[in-house]
Write a protein that binds this ligand. Structure first.
Ligand SMILES: [Zn+2]
Length: 279
């Protein structure tokens, strides 16, 4: 599932191709993509110029010249991809939408599991209203530090991993980067979020920012099916310390990495480096 580094990689690639282009056609092949809105709503994009690409957490944003914003959520298996003019896109598997641009290039959205969504925010609205309560602090922004993470976790009895996965608290962290950040901070994923010491919160804030930055440098992680906007793979999967490394030795202490279940998600940890009860 694409997380912040994967979505940001897609955003940066699309930013090289889309700004200044005009949308000439939008063909939605799967009505679920825009649900509960009717797919015809995306017809409002036709004739509009794309100004820039933005991102909040795991959501991509396409800003149009009339102030409208197309929000794209890749969810489990969604893949947004740019194809140069002349490329045939009809043979793509799980093709859900095709956007044609004025230079003949296409942007496709393919999605095997069909959880991905597109939402068109009308011009004149307050785009920030869409994010309120939905997406929390951006962990690669200057607003994210131990104080911000501490405020997000304060008073919470849920496992710290569940808190990290809660998009309304910290934006863009998913299962891969949560496991990696908890390992690097030496925090057991089941530790109640609000019970972490100030020092552990600081270590965790550093670790979250560090693993996300590393993921971004690596162009994301391709573990099952993530591919970037140009059809390429990331290499973060080669740099993981614990995630999907069950049965392998911990790179720090040699203890065997175990898999458990926290917050309904497969969770990987080193039982020596991440002791339960340590705060
Ligand atoms: Zn270890």
């Amino acid at each position: 599932m694409p997380e912040l580094p994967e979505v940001e990689t897609v955003r940066r690639q699309l930013s090289r191709h889309l700004p200044g282009r005009i949308v000439v056609a939008v063909d939605v092949r799967d009505p679920l993509l825009t649900a509960p809105a009717h797919p015809d709503e995306l017809g409002l994009l036709v004739g509009r110029e794309i100004r820039r690409l933005g991102r909040r957490g795991k959501y991509l944003m396409v800003h149009l010249d009339d102030g409208a914003v197309l929000v794209v959520h890749l969810r489990m298996t969604g893949a947004l991809r740019w194809h140069p003019p002349g490329d045939d896109v009809e043979g793509l598997r799980f093709l859900r939408a095709v956007v044609t641009l004025d230079d003949g290039a296409h942007v496709t959205f393919c999605d095997q599991r069909r959880f991905g969504r597109m939402v068109l925010l009308a011009p004149g609205g307050d785009p920030e209203a869409y994010w309120r309560g939905r997406v929390g602090v951006e962990p690669l922004s200057a607003h994210f530090d131990s104080a911000a993470l501490g405020a997000a976790l304060r008073g919470r009895r849920t496992p710290v991993k569940a808190a990290l996965l809660n998009q309304a608290l910290v934006a863009g962290v998913g299962n891969i980067y949560a496991d990696e950040a908890l390992f690097e901070a030496g925090v057991h994923p089941e530790t109640p979020a609000g019970r972490l010491s100030r020092a552990r919160v600081a270590a965790l804030a550093d670790a979250v920012a560090r693993v996300l930055a590393r993921g971004l440098d690596a162009g994301g992680a391709t573990i099952r099916d993530y591919s970037d906007a140009e059809g390429g793979a990331g290499s973060m999967q080669d740099l993981l310390n614990v995630h999907v490394r069950e049965g392998l030795p911990c790179p720090r202490c040699g203890t065997t990495i175990v898999k458990t279940r926290v917050a309904q998600r497969g969770t990987y940890l080193c039982p020596s480096c991440q002791r339960k009860g340590r705060r």
